[in-house]
Design a protein around this ligand. Structure first.
Ligand code: 13P
Length: 256
C-alpha cells in the first residue's frame, strides 16, 4: 500500500515523563508494532516525545527506522539565531525528525499562539523538509454558538501558502472540548467535520484528495474502530492513550 494511503497513528506525548520513561515507552512501542506485524501493516506510526528526549530516543529508533517515525510537538517560527529557549525546524530536521505538530490547541489556548505565528512556523517547517501536522478545532463555546466550521475554515485558510501539498501537510481535527476529557466527538460530528475539511482543502490545494486528515480528542482503544473507520479519517492524533504502548498499538489494530 502506498505510504500516503496508510493511516497515520501519531502519539503526542505532550510534556510527560522522565528520560527513562521515554526510553522505555519508545522501546515498548517498537516491540509491540513488530510483534503485531500484519495486524498493523496498514498504519504508519509516529511518536512526538518532549523535545528534550528526542535525541536519546533516536539512538533506539535509528536501528529500526521503518517501524516508527519521530516528530516534534512544536518548532520555532525563526531560523537559527538569537532566540533564547527556542528550537528551530532546522534543528529538528537535522537530528532526524520527520514531522512537527504545529498549532496544537494547548499552544493556541494556553500559550496564546495565533494564526500569524502558526503560519510562520508552518513555513519554517516545510522549508526545512519537515512534514507539518496542523491542528485545527473549535472550543465548546464556539461549537455551542454554531461557529465550529467557521473557526476550522479560518484556521485552515491561514496556511494557504506556497509550497504546501499532501506530502508535507497533515491536518488534525482536534475539537478542544474532546481533548483529555474522555469525551470524544461523535461519529456524526467527525464525519461532518472531516467532510467539511476535505472540501475546504479541495479549494486550497491541487492534490487535496491525498492529504491525510487525522482525528484527535480522547481516542482510546474502545472507540478507535468506530472513529478510525469514518470516511475522510486517515489516522489519529493520540494524547493520553499514546503514553501506554499497548493501548497506542491496539488503537492501530482497531483501525486496520
Ligand atoms: P487526548 O487523546 O489525551 O484527548 O489528547 C489529544 C491530543 O491533544 C493529541 O494532540
Amino acid at each position: 500500500m502506498d505510504r500516503i494511503m496508510k493511516k497515520l497513528i501519531a502519539g503526542n506525548w505532550k510534556m510527560n515523563g522522565s528520560l527513562q520513561d521515554a526510553c522505555e515507552l519508545c522501546i515498548a512501542v517498537m516491540d509491540k508494532i513488530e510483534k503485531n506485524g500484519a495486524a498493523v501493516s496498514d498504519c504508519e506510526f509516529l511518536i512526538c516525545p518532549p523535545a528534550l528526549h528526542i535525541g536519546s530516543l533516536l539512538n533506539y529508533l535509528k536501528d529500526r527506522p521503518d517501524i516508527v517515525k519521530v516528530g516534534a510537538q512544536d518548532c520555532a517560527a525563526y531560523d537559527n539565531g538569537a532566540y533564547t529557549g527556542e528550537i528551530s525546524a532546522a534543528m529538528f530536521a537535522d537530528i532526524g525528525c520527520e514531522y512537527v505538530i504545529i498549532g496544537h490547541s494547548e499552544r493556541r489556548h494556553i500559550i496564546g499562539e495565533g494564526d500569524e505565528i502558526i503560519v510562520k512556523k508552518v513555513k519554517k517547517a516545510i522549508e526545512n523538509g519537515l512534514r507539518v501536522i496542523l491542528c485545527v478545532g473549535e472550543t465548546q463555546g464556539e461549537r455551542d454558538k454554531g461557529s465550529a466550521k467557521e473557526i476550522v475554515a479560518k484556521q485552515l485558510e491561514a496556511v494557504k501558502i506556497d509550497g504546501i501539498n499532501s506530502e508535507n501537510l497533515v491536518i488534525a481535527y482536534e475539537p478542544v472540548w474532546a481533548i483529555g476529557t474522555g469525551n470524544a466527538a461523535t461519529v456524526d460530528d467527525v464525519k461532518k467535520m472531516h467532510a467539511f475539511i476535505r472540501a475546504k482543502l479541495k479549494e486550497m490545494l491541487a492534490d487535496s484528495d491525498n492529504l491525510r486528515i487525522l482525528y484527535g480528542g480522547s481516542v482510546k482503544v474502545d472507540n478507535a474502530a468506530q472513529l478510525l473507520n469514518i470516511e475522510n479519517v486517515n489516522g489519529a492524533l493520540i494524547g493520553g492513550a499514546s503514553l501506554d504502548a499497548k493501548s497506542f498499538v491496539d488503537i492501530a489494530k482497531a483501525a486496520n
